[in-house]
Design a protein around this ligand. Structure first.
Ligand code: SF4
Ligand code: SF4
Length: 298
């Protein structure tokens, strides 16, 4: 195996997941000889590229899926397709001679095509988003998934983005969408290691617990970075101890660094204490990388 996937996620937004993802790319590149790919899977509002002033767009490609549709000239309104659709995407009213598929509910499973004996269901292509590839430096690539406005197909866009980058040589950092719903699961489920970014506040702890429960069910190896340490309470640390969850490291809250973030400057003028924290965190991740995936060290 030549690639190693680290997903960076958080149970809630605002915990610094993006800054952790971007910073880890920077330090993993500095501390290893591996190529780094950063995949921005937060497809509803991808913003990783803001932190790379050198980002140069290499290419873009549309993400297309097939969506089912009904040809009313052939439809007999028998409702067989309605019985087959597990997503309640089809409405057929025989008395009104009405048959339609709601494309935003259709999951492109193809069951209605199999169900229809009258060849009345066909598939149409629908653009649901795009993938943009940026070159950041010699050894860092950024791939960004962008959901088309109005589309509800977040997981399909993330799946497509991952299929394009997850076999890239070296280390692939997946910046997950916030929360713990399907887009989060789609991003983290096959990661080699998941970094959960949280903050030491009651809100951070509440959502961290949800994310930990999901990751345990997915049986994925994970650890936690406490961002903005020094504010809030010790409850997060007590929870990690109790649950035997690995604390990968802490990023202290430094006003100067928060100012850098606001200016989109995460990888320059890094305060010494933040630099030292990230180097420790990177060392721990590299230990996981080399110990658990020995093939990468070859
Ligand atoms: S199964 Fe075919 S013919 Fe029957 S309602 Fe559906 S589309 Fe129409
Ligand atoms: S393709 Fe699947 S999800 Fe879409 S309408 Fe047909 S049965 Fe329903």
């Amino acid at each position: 195996m030549e690639s190693y996937k680290i997903a960076v996620a958080s149970g809630k937004g605002g915990t610094g997941k993006t800054s952790v993802s971007v910073s880890l790319c920077h330090y993993l590149r500095e501390c290893t000889d591996k190529d780094i790919t950063l995949a921005d899977c937060d497809v509803e509002e991808p913003n990783d590229k803001i932190f790379f002033s050198s980002a140069a767009l290499q290419n873009s490609c549309s993400i297309v899926r097939s969506v089912a549709s009904i040809n009313n000239n052939r439809c007999t309104y028998c409702r067989q397709c309605v019985e087959y659709c597990e997503f309640n995407a089809i409405v057929v009213i025989p008395s009104a001679q009405y048959a339609e598929i709601n494309s935003s509910l259709c999951h492109s499973c193809g069951a209605c095509i199999v169900a229809c004996k009258y060849d009345a269901v066909y598939e149409e292509p629908e653009i649901i988003g795009e993938v943009n590839n940026y070159s950041i430096s010699d050894n860092i690539l950024l791939a960004e998934g962008v959901l088309k406005i109005g589309s509800t197909m977040q997981t399909a866009v993330i799946r497509d983005l991952k299929s394009r980058v997850c076999n890239n040589k070296g280390i692939v950092v997946l910046d997950s969408p916030p929360g713990t719903s399907c887009p989060f699961v789609e991003t983290v489920s096959d990661a080699d290691y998941v970094v959960l970014a949280t903050e030491p506040t009651p809100f951070g702890l509440h959502d961290l617990k949800l994310a930990v429960e999901v990751l345990k069910q997915l049986n994925v190896d994970f650890g936690v970075i406490v961002n903005k340490s020094g504010i809030g309470t010790n409850d997060v640390y007590d929870y990690l101890n109790r649950e035997n969850v690995e604390l990968i490291g802490e990023i202290p809250f430094i006003k100067e660094y928060a100012g850098n973030y606001a200016k989109g400057e995460l990888t320059s003028n890094i305060p010494e204490i933040i630099d030292s924290s990230y180097r420790d965190i990177t060392d721990r991740l590299i230990q996981h990388l080399y110990i658990e995936k020995e093939s990468l060290s070859r």
